[in-house]
Design a protein around this ligand. Structure first.
Ligand code: ZN
Length: 445
């Protein structure tokens, strides 16, 4: 994991937030390559959810919402963790922290931070929502929250979307957006962060059909994840036991990935029943029923939710692509006999190709610049003329760039270039005029 974190910084995928001030705990910034990778993942999700389906609409709801939303959703009362404080070192721990010896609140309990005995308080409920104030006065009436999930923006807009889009049940609403949780034990790089981005879809169905849709969405989501190029043996399902279920869920499955720090979830499929809509109907005093135009039945729809973390999915893609390899043949003599390579699916890679003049003379830079200009009208491409060609290949291997286009002596004679494949290291000679078609074909999928 340390190697991946260091590569992520070196190549500009992920930086620690506010690093020059010593960093901000469990908050991360995406650099030039990271923002492209995450954007490619989000766009793939949006395309499969919204553009390729007739029964799902998109939405972008605001982060700030009416505070009553979180009373209705159960987050004010239910979204809590039991915590204990150490009166000696002032550190705060989860009450179930395995490092705590003894019973918190009792004299025998030992603080895992400073080692003092009897200094831990009895557990208290701590809400995970970030609080702030709206308007100029910092008083209780002005308290609002940064949303802890994007789903509620979908529920409160369900009637607006239904009526404006003329959809009929079953149908879904999809949204990508930031959410915030004041996690007590965040960590593992971008796995558990306090500010994160969700890709959520709420699918509204007729009561009684939710189990069928639940199975349907489980299958769809696993297919999508496999489409990212993730190794199948690194993926598995985990069904939530009774003690793991969130306060709104009746049934829930996670898709887990085998990270370097163990199996952990990065997406969940949840049966949320009519919990949210019923509660909003009650708290808002607005009817949220659906009138079936065929049968004239009225009902509050059930919801099957697919909830993926954009940051976690990015981490899965990075972890799964990271390889250290031995290199043989010509490339070993040019760039060394080992390499670090990100074997990203080409369509997800931040840079699609890099353009290299073999040497900076004999007309090669001029031709290389022209090819670079042509290519960047279609793809995100990179120009690199620094250092030996072997070292330039290695840098792009670490960036996950699937193709290296080299302009050599022959290129200036016959207008052909070599295209080096990141994974096989094989080189094709391709006519410069056919390069866009050649890459388009290789980048599909
Ligand atoms: Zn302590």
């Amino acid at each position: 994991m340390d190697k991946l974190v260091s590569l992520a910084k070196r190549r500009g995928f992920v930086f620690q937030s506010s690093e020059i001030y010593g960093g901000l705990g469990s908050v991360w910034d995406y650099g030039p390559l990271g923002v492209e990778l995450k954007k490619n993942i989000k766009e793939r999700w949006w395309r499969s959810m919204v553009h390729e389906r007739h029964d799902i609409e998109g939405l972008d709801a605001a982060i700030l919402m009416h505070p009553k939303v979180w009373e209705a959703s159960g987050h004010v009362s239910g979204f809590t963790d039991p915590l204990v404080d150490c009166k000696q070192c002032k550190n705060r721990f989860r009450a179930d922290d395995p490092r705590i010896k003894g019973t918190p609140g009792q004299p025998d309990a030992q603080c895992p931070g400073c080692g003092s005995k009897g200094t831990l308080t009895a557990p208290r409920q701590f809400n995970l929502m970030f609080k702030t104030f709206m308007g100029p006065v910092e008083e209780q009436a002005a308290v609002i929250y940064l949303r802890p999930e994007t789903a509620q923006g979908i529920y409160v807009n369900y009637l607006n979307v239904l009526q404006s889009s003329r959809q009929k049940i079953p149908f879904g609403i999809a949204q990508i957006g930031k959410a915030f949780r004041n996690e007590i034990t965040p960590g593992n790089f971008i796995f558990r962060t306090r500010e994160f981005e969700q890709m959520e879809m709420q699918f509204f169905v007729k009561p009684g059909s939710e189990n069928e849709w639940f199975e349907n969405w489980r299958a769809e989501r696993m297919k999508w994840v496999e489409g990212l190029g993730i190794r199948r043996e690194k993926l598995r399902w985990h069904q939530h036991g009774k003690d793991e279920l969130a306060h709104y869920a009746k049934d829930a499955y996670d898709i887990q990935y085998e990270f370097p720090f163990g199996w952990q979830e990065f997406e969940g499929i949840h049966n949320r029943t009519d919990f949210d809509l019923s509660n909003h109907q009650k708290h808002a005093g607005k009817k949220l029923e659906y009138l079936d135009p065929k049968t004239n039945e009225r009902f509050i729809p059930y919801v099957v939710e697919t909830s993926a973390g954009a940051d976690r999915t990015t981490l899965v893609v990075l972890c799964d692509a990271y390889r250290e390899e031995e290199v043989k043949g010509d490339e070993a003599s040019e760039g060394g006999d080992t390499r670090v390579v990100l074997k990203l699916k080409p369509s997800l890679a931040p840079l699609k190709a890099a353009v290299f003049p073999l040497v900076n003379k004999d007309g090669m830079p001029e031709l290389a610049h022209k090819i670079h200009d042509d290519l960047r009208r279609y793809f995100n491409v990179f120009y690199d003329d620094g250092g030996s060609i072997g070292r330039r290949y290695r840098r792009q291997d670490e960036a996950g760039t699937p193709f290296g286009v080299t302009i050599d002596g022959q290129s200036t004679q016959d207008q052909t270039v070599t295209v080096r494949d990141r994974d096989t290291l094989k080189q094709d000679r391709v006519s410069a005029t056919k390069l866009v078609d050649y890459l388009t074909q290789k980048l599909a999928g």
